[in-house]
Every structure is written in C-alpha cells, then in structure tokens.
Write a protein that binds this ligand. Structure first.
Ligand code: PHE
Length: 339
C-alpha cells in the first residue's frame, strides 16, 4: 500500500512540475484531488483496509495528500506570476511612438461670413432675428406689396407647399413679421436660408440671405448709403466704394441696386468683376409707405430703409469661390481651406 501511495505521489508531483499553464495545473488538481480523483478513490477504499492498519495508512494518505496540495499551491503561485508578467509585456506601450494625429474641424465659410456680418451690424446697433423657412404667402409676398400677378410669384421661382404656404424666397418675409410685432425705432438684421427654383454656377435652389431693416423718424436714403458703406468697408476692405443704381422692388420706393468696387482688383477690372471694376451685391431701398401702413406703422410719422443680400455671394466674392455648389457639397478638401 505504501508503495502504491508513493507511486501516486511521484506521478502527481511530476505532472505538477510539467504543468505549463494554470489550466493544465487545474487538470492535475482534478485528476488527483477531484471528487473522482485518484487520492479520493483511495480514501474511499480505506473501508477495505484491515481495521488495525487503518490509522497508519490513513496517516500516510493524509501526508501524501498534504504534499500534493502544497506542490499544487506553490506551482499555482509561480504560474500566476509568469502569466501576469506575460500579460504586462503584451500590453506594453511604447510612449516614444508618435501619436495618431487628431483631425480638427473648421467652421463652414458661410458660418464665418454670417458671424462676421452679425458682428458688423451689431456694432451699428442692429439686433438679430430669425424666422420660419416655411412661410405663408402673406408674409413672403402680400404684405410686401407683391400682387398676385407679380413675376417673382411665378411657379418657376417659388417652391409652394400648398396654396397658402411656401418655402420663403427671401428673408424680406421677416420685414413684415418684425414690423407687425415691434414698435419703432427698429433696427434688425435677419440671416437665414431661402429657396428658389434656380440652379447654375451662381444660383443654388437653397441659399442664404441677410436682411436689414431700420425704421425710425426721418430715416433717409443717406442713412442707407452710410450704413452700407460701413458694412462694405468692414467685410471687404477699407478702400471699398459703394455705388447705388436705381432699381425696382415692390416693397421699397425708391429702390436701389448696390455695387461695390471689386475686392479682387480694387476697381481696376478683372475676371471677377468682368472688367467693370464693380460687383453687384445687394438690393435695397426706402421702405414703401404702403408696406409700413399694411404692417401697422404710421407712414406719416415713420420712414425706414431695408436691404437684402446673399451671404453666399459675399463669401464667393471675399474668398474667390467660383461655384456656389462648393458651399453646399461639404467636400473636405474645400472646407479644410477655411481656418
Ligand atoms: N428681397 C430682395 C431679393 O431677394 C432684396 C431686397 C431686400 C430688396 C430688401 C430691397 C429691400 O432680391
């Protein structure tokens, strides 16, 4: 019996010695100490051992069991340490490696221009307002003195939602809303998206306008000209000149179209200004008294000026962007250039 026990012990110790992983060591533990393991089997066989030998054999079995358990424990600690070290090595980080560069976004050129414009007009005492892009026919047209048969109402220009609602074609729609809800003195600018069924290198079916409205006692064309002069010099350059030409809008009387000296050639004539030295940038005028009265402001007491221009067009002139589509395609190669 003693030899049998020694044999089991030696075999167990050898397997423990040879175990290379915690998993292998666990198999050894089960093989000898598990419920149906070899040492457990011997314990069960004790019943067959003659009564007088039992204490002696029992002692031997316990002793052998203790040796195997200790060996298992020692090896388990050793393997745990080795495995821990291997894991640390695998997860080692080389702090001298160059880092993955982070790509930092840039503001869209239209956002840059809009912010600059708001700043310029805020410094002249204008507040900023916004309005709905789905607008009623009343605000977009009727209160702006645009009769039913006016060409700008043509289905080709306007995206109608239904008979009474449309995608606003101009931020001027906000003029009527502001005049109805505020009392003079009024000084407001309105940046926002507008929509027209129009599509070529300088027209996009969706684009951005910037509206201005000032109403007070004794406002004149001179105030409009001074305001636009300041704006043009701030957004383009100090030597920019402004020129007003007579024009027509139903909601302003008189109406003007406004040119600025070309910011690329400074008036000498180039490709951008088609050799004229001037580029047209906006429509404006003295608010039509009929519009003031329709919106509840007494035209005998008050007068005002209004102007509207395309933010896209300002961005194209200022940054030399040849096609308006570039502003709406979100091509990273284009956007990256505006830091
Ligand atoms: N709303 C006009 C347009 O879209 C521009 C404009 C605004 C003209 C205000 C006069 C006064 O063309």
């Amino acid at each position: 019996m003693k030899e049998k026990l020694d044999g089991i012990k030696l075999a167990a110790l050898e397997m423990i010695e040879n175990a290379e992983t915690t998993a292998q060591l666990n198999d050894v533990r089960v093989k000898y100490l598990g419920k149906s393991g070899e040492i457990s089997a011997i314990m069960r066989d004790m019943a067959k051992v003659p009564k007088e030998e039992r204490p002696k054999i029992g002692m031997l079995v316990n002793e052998m069991r203790g040796v195997v358990e200790n060996a298992l424990e020692a090896k388990a600690q050793l393997l745990a340490r080795i495995e821990e070290e291997r894991k640390l090595k695998e997860e080692e980080i080389d702090v001298t490696m160059p880092a993955h560069g982070k790509k930092i976004g840039t503001l869209h050129p239209l956002t840059l221009i809009r912010r600059e414009l708001i700043e310029i007009f805020a410094n002249m005492g204008f507040s900023v307002d916004e309005g709905p892009e789905i607008e009623s026919d009343i605000f977009n047209f009727q209160l702006l003195n645009i009769p039913k048969d006016h060409p700008s109402r043509d289905m080709q220009d306007t995206f109608y939602v239904n008979e009474n609602f449309l995608l606003r074609t101009q931020t001027s729609a906000m003029q009527a809303r502001i005049m109805q809800s505020q009392k003079p003195p009024i000084r407001v600018v309105v940046p926002g998206k507008v929509y027209r069924s129009d599509d070529d290198a300088s027209h996009s079916p969706i684009f951005n306008q910037f509206e201005g409205l000032a109403i007070d006692r004794h406002i004149t064309m001179g105030d409009l000209q001074g305001c636009l002069q300041t704006f043009a010099q701030k957004i383009f350059s100090k030597d920019t000149k402004v020129r007003l030409r007579p024009s027509y809008f139903p909601f302003t009387e008189p109406s003007v179209e406004v040119d600025v000296t070309c910011s690329v050639c400074h008036g000498k004539g180039c490709r951008v200004c088609k050799g004229t030295g001037w580029v047209e940038i906006l429509g404006a005028g003295i608010v039509n008294p009929a519009v003031l009265d329709m919106c509840g402001i007494d035209s005998k007491e008050y007068s005002g000026f209004a102007f509207g221009f395309g933010i896209d067009r300002i961005a194209m002139i200022k940054y030399g962007i040849p096609n308006i589509k570039l502003l709406y395609e979100n091509d990273m190669r284009f956007l990256k250039q505006f830091n």
